[in-house]
Design a protein around this ligand. Structure first.
Ligand SMILES: Cc1ncc(C[n+]2csc(CCOP(=O)(O)OP(=O)(O)O)c2C)c(N)n1
Length: 321
């Protein structure tokens, strides 16, 4: 867990440097301060389970078996990336190999999609839990409610982790909901809802494990709200000027990596040993991504539809023909 916390943080820091160098194509969404949620919950899943990450769940995909090269080639939109340069950011997965269901940008959507994954598994007689994450802001979407309505009455093995990082863009959670704990939204569906400390990786693991096992045992969908803080802006363009003074510093003291180091009793030697391993993996990923070719534009529409002959518009390379 400690290795993955450090790797996720290091990839995020390096991606921001690459973004400043104009090398990142498209959006960059930091997960700094939130890493424990992805990593603790991914450790609590079984290999056969399904998981749909969101933009800030890099740690989840790494734990599930995707590589640092996958992450960096996606950021740089290279031909060697999992989406072969078709999509920037981290919209990728591999249902067969890692159980990661590629997500889309429309907030809330992955709740009904993962309800469908859980239903599909049940119909096939497979013992699989489906887990997804959702931001505090995205719990205001219709899809969140529609997905959980279906999942609750069908008693689907679905776990929804609300990653309450206090802000949706510049909108504080208090402007999204009057609830103190967003896990209380579970009452609307008659399902269990609990809240925990999202900056304590062992607490995340313990609570996620409980929810996953309850869902697996037939207890139906579970909501787990984990409180944390988004330590950077929504994306690099956002300087967080709307965050009250002192709040970021207060949360920095609760940094999930520092807290876990204290639990582990790690001194400088242990930290440096893992740091060196992480640095080598990040260096390799950046080098590989930078040396990889950009995708050929002619391939852009391949794999978009099941039938590659379906082209929704005349692309530029066919216009002169
Ligand atoms: C349905 C929908 N509405 C609006 C957006 C634009 N949008 C992207 S991220 C974001 C804020 C999300 O906030 P939250 O759900 O709290 O997640 P966080 O960014 O804090 O991780 C918005 C409004 C979107 N992607 N989808």
């Amino acid at each position: 867990m400690y290795y993955f916390l450090r790797l996720t943080r290091a990839l995020d820091e390096r991606a921001h440097v690459l973004q400043q160098q104009n090398k990142v194509v498209g959006g960059l969404f930091s997960n700094q301060g939130q890493e424990a949620i992805s990593i603790g919950s991914a450790f609590a899943l079984e290999k056969r389970d399904y998981v749909a990450p969101m933009i800030r769940n890099i740690g989840t995909v790494l734990v599930r078996g995707h590589s640092a090269r996958d992450i960096m080639t996606q950021y740089l939109a290279k031909a060697t990336s999992p989406t072969r340069g078709r999509d920037n950011s981290q919209h990728f997965g591999d249902v067969e190999r890692t159980g990661v269901v590629a997500y889309i940008s429309m907030l809330g959507t992955m709740v009904p999609v993962m309800a469908g994954m859980a239903l599909g598994a049940r119909l096939k007689g497979e013992d699989r839990v489906a887990l997804t994450y959702i931001g505090d802001g995205a719990t205001s979407t219709g899809d969140f409610y529609e997905g959980l309505c279906l999942a609750s009455v069908q008693k689907l093995a679905l776990v929804v982790i609300i990653e309450n990082n206090q802000y949706a863009y510049s909108t504080p959670t208090s402007k999204q909901s009057l609830l103190e704990n967003l896990s209380d939204k579970a009452k609307a569906f008659g399902i269990p809802g609990i809240t925990g400390d999202g900056n304590d990786v062992l607490e995340v693991y313990r609570l996620a494990k409980r929810c996953i096992e309850d869902a697996r045992a037939g207890g139906g969908p579970q909501i787990l709200e984990l409180k944390t803080f988004r330590m950077r802006g929504h994306a690099p363009h956002d300087n967080q000027a709307y965050v009250p003074k002192g709040l970021i510093e207060a949360w920095r003291k609760k940094d999930p990596i520092g807290r876990f180091e204290a639990v582990l009793g790690f001194g400088e030697a242990e930290k440096a040993e893992v740091g060196a391993r992480v640095a080598a993996v990040v260096e390799d990923a950046v080098k590989f991504a930078e040396e990889s070719p950009l995708p050929d534009g002619k391939e852009a529409l391949q794999g978009v539809f099941e039938d590659d002959s379906i082209v929704p518009f005349t692309p530029w390379w066919r216009r002169d023909a």
